[in-house]
Design a protein around this ligand. Structure first.
Ligand SMILES: [Zn+2]
Length: 78
């Protein structure tokens, strides 16, 4: 096991191309604007693919009244 050293030649997360430092610094850590946008779009579409409607429905929530007869303070007048 070696201690984590900073990578001398980072690679593009999108296409895996090794960055030699000649690319636009604004596109880092990607090799090009195209790869940067591709990664951004990938995240965007991935978020939209998450099924939000698949929430686990708890049947107890609908059956239980918020102020049932078990609560002695529910019908207390002001
Ligand atoms: Zn790339």
């Amino acid at each position: 096991m070696t201690p984590g050293e900073p990578p001398i030649h980072p690679s593009c997360p999108t296409c895996g191309k090794v960055l030699d430092g000649s690319n636009d610094p604004r596109d880092r850590p990607f090799c090009s604007t195209r790869c940067r946008l591709l990664d951004l779009w990938g995240w965007f579409s991935e978020r939209h693919r998450i099924p939000v409607e698949q929430e686990p429905a708890s049947p107890d929530d609908g059956a239980r009244a918020p102020d049932g007869p078990e609560n002695p303070w529910s019908d207390r007048p002001d």
